[in-house]
Write a protein that binds this ligand. Structure first.
Ligand code: ADP
Ligand code: X2W
Length: 261
């Protein structure tokens, strides 16, 4: 059996909360196997854009990214958020290296074609260079990946962080038993969005469809779960959605929602 690799995604609401983020990073640094962190930061990007009087527009969980907004997300994800996470992880004894998808050519995408909606500079992932990521891991570094990718034409493109985590997990599953963990500010996928304790222990596709129909699962949770099921369908061993404070328990299936086929 191949070695375990943790691919962990941390969402923007936790990144925006310094105490919660620090607790999460401590637990991440202490994982007992090689690990990759994919981070979001949508909330911080929205706040910085507002300060610059740039309005945020989201469609189906994706940010409409015109040139001014691309400049904001490049600064926020590739700079402010990524480098602060790296610095904090260094203090926790984790030799983190901050990367966008463009660095080392690790994640290439194509600019989303304009259909009914023009998303602007948003990338749909085409290829993840698992060998390059493996080489980084083998040198003892822990990749901290920002939600930016590059195109064959040399564009930098804004890319959903949940999708980055799923695609990275799939690529790495050729060489590792990948355990993909989505960490956010709730205890898991909830059967009642108004009850923070109504955590679904195990979610299968049929139940997911039912909860979507009733509306109990909505908004940002839909693309997250689509990414989670896509990962399981393409070779990832284990997928969990959990509270950022529960990472240590979630790696062994002891917390959050287990996504199963
Ligand atoms: N059934 C549900 N259980 C938990 N969260 C849900 C559910 N339905 C919708 N959500 C929403 O999904 C959000 C998580 O998705 P998203 O906003 O993309 O977060 P992030 O990328 O920061 O992890 C939660 O903040 C919550 O508001
Ligand atoms: C294209 C697109 O929508 N990109 C996302 C990338 C950040 C992200 O996914 O952040 P969270 O995980 O914190 O939501 C955005 O700009 O909001």
């Amino acid at each position: 059996m191949s070695q375990t690799l943790y691919v962990v995604k941390i969402g923007g609401n936790v990144i925006d909360n310094p105490e919660a983020c620090a607790r999460f990073l401590k637990a991440f640094a202490q994982l007992d196997a090689p690990q990759i962190l994919v981070h979001g930061g949508g909330k911080v990007a929205t706040q910085v854009a507002a300060k610059l009087q740039i309005e945020t527009q989201m469609v189906d969980g994706r940010r409409i990214t015109d040139k001014p907004m691309l400049d904001v997300v490049t600064m926020v994800y590739g700079g402010l958020v990524n480098k602060n996470l790296v610095a904090q992880l260094q203090a926790e004894g984790c030799n983190a290296i901050g990367l966008t998808g463009a660095d080392g050519g690790i994640i290439r995408s194509v600019k989303r074609p304009v259909k009914t909606i023009d998303y602007g500079f948003v990338g749909d992932i085409e290829a993840v260079n698992g060998e390059q990521i493996n080489a980084i891991l083998s040198s003892g570094l822990t990749p901290i990946i920002a939600p930016l990718t590059y195109s064959a034409e040399g564009l930098l493109l804004n890319t959903n962080a949940d999708t980055m985590a799923s695609a990275t997990a799939v690529a790495m599953s050729e060489a590792f038993e990948v355990n993909l963990i989505y960490c956010f500010e709730k205890k898991g996928v909830l059967s009642d969005p108004d009850d923070d304790d109504a955590v679904i222990a195990k979610l299968i596709p049929a139940t997911y469809e039912e909860y979507k129909t009733t509306g109990a699962i909505n908004k940002g949770m839909i693309p997250k779960l689509d990414n989670a099921f896509a990962a399981l369908n393409s070779g990832v061993t284990q997928v969990t959605i959990c509270h950022a404070d529960e990472l240590a328990n979630a790696v062994s299936g002891g917390a959050g929602t287990a996504i199963v086929l």
